[in-house]
Write a protein that binds this ligand. Sequence first.
Ligand SMILES: NC(=O)C1=CN([C@@H]2O[C@H](COP(=O)(O)OP(=O)(O)OC[C@H]3O[C@@H](n4cnc5c(N)ncnc54)[C@H](OP(=O)(O)O)[C@@H]3O)[C@@H](O)[C@H]2O)C=CC1
Ligand SMILES: O=C1OC[C@@H](O)[C@H](O)[C@H]1O
Length: 293
Amino acid sequence: MVFTLRWGIVATGGIAELFFKDLIADPALRGVTDVDHIPVAVASRSVKKAQAFIDAHAPADLQTKVKPYNTYGALYKDPNVDCVYIATPVSSHYENALEALRAGKNVLCEKPFTVNAAQAKHLHAVAKEQNVFLMEAVWTRFFPLAKQFKKVLHVDKAIGRIHRVYCDFSVLFDPVKDARMYHATTGGGALLDLGVYMTVWTLLTCYHHPDNQLSPPDVIKAVMFRSPINPEVDESTSVITVWEKAKIMCIDAVTGPSIAVVRYPQELRNTPVPDTNVIVVINFRSFLTLSIV
Ligand SMILES: NC(=O)C1=CN([C@@H]2O[C@H](COP(=O)(O)OP(=O)(O)OC[C@H]3O[C@@H](n4cnc5c(N)ncnc54)[C@H](OP(=O)(O)O)[C@@H]3O)[C@@H](O)[C@H]2O)C=CC1
Ligand SMILES: O=C1OC[C@@H](O)[C@H](O)[C@H]1O
């Protein structure tokens, strides 16, 4: 029997477009035959934008079936929506998710989940109260690669004992096109926007290390450079965590919005690596490659 999940899309920006395209792809393409996803509503702050989004992205057979809304709140009240996908800037995630949860909807909320831990904890509590599903859309955590990464490190122990972890991720943002990245009011800056991506690999390596027994890090220290374009947001941030039980020190660095230091496997492969050192490379561009060099 096929379970059908009916989706409401909140906001019509860049990632909402990509999500929508994936949502309507046939699940059989990824070997799934017992679940079907259908978009039933799109909400924007302007109904014209919602309609234009549907016109541009919904396939012919769904064009008249996907309902446009001119407020996000109206979509939360639609009884045909089972799950709401929130694709607004992070500064609005808490408010949007809270309203959707209180309307009894399941929620998939874009990363970063909220601007602080208190908001995240409150959303978690409300979702429990309402007995609905709530998740942050950190897609990289759900690639088969993540599972394989954990197995290679912690079950196969392919690189032996882990002493130090370095995670580095950079993206260059255009001050006009990616304006949300340059303002604190929209939750911009390197750490808030990109930090989750490194955290995935840090947590898989350190938090899920068998010796760590799912304990939080014992030390967390961070250094931040302000953006020269708008000092309200950070240009780059480095975070050191120490995991005493597993005896690992981890350095996470993110860079953006206006400077990007991009390191990809190609250049690492060309770097001679002494036998005693091992680098595990995750290729962010494809998410398919896990190399031990
Ligand atoms: N998982 C992933 O790979 C990615 C996730 N993201 C995350 O998705 C979220 C949205 O990013 P992205 O789509 O790139 O952003 P965009 O700026 O392209 O779109 C954001 C949309 O949110 C709505 N919105 C509501 N309030 C505001 C506001 N105050 N200012 C601007 N827009 C607002 C608008 O839709 P409308 O006018 O229709 O209401 C707008 O189109 C962020 O949290 C980001 O971190 C982003 C890129 C990749
Ligand atoms: O989540 C993200 O990952 C990739 C970036 O290009 C994007 O803007 C960011 O928000």
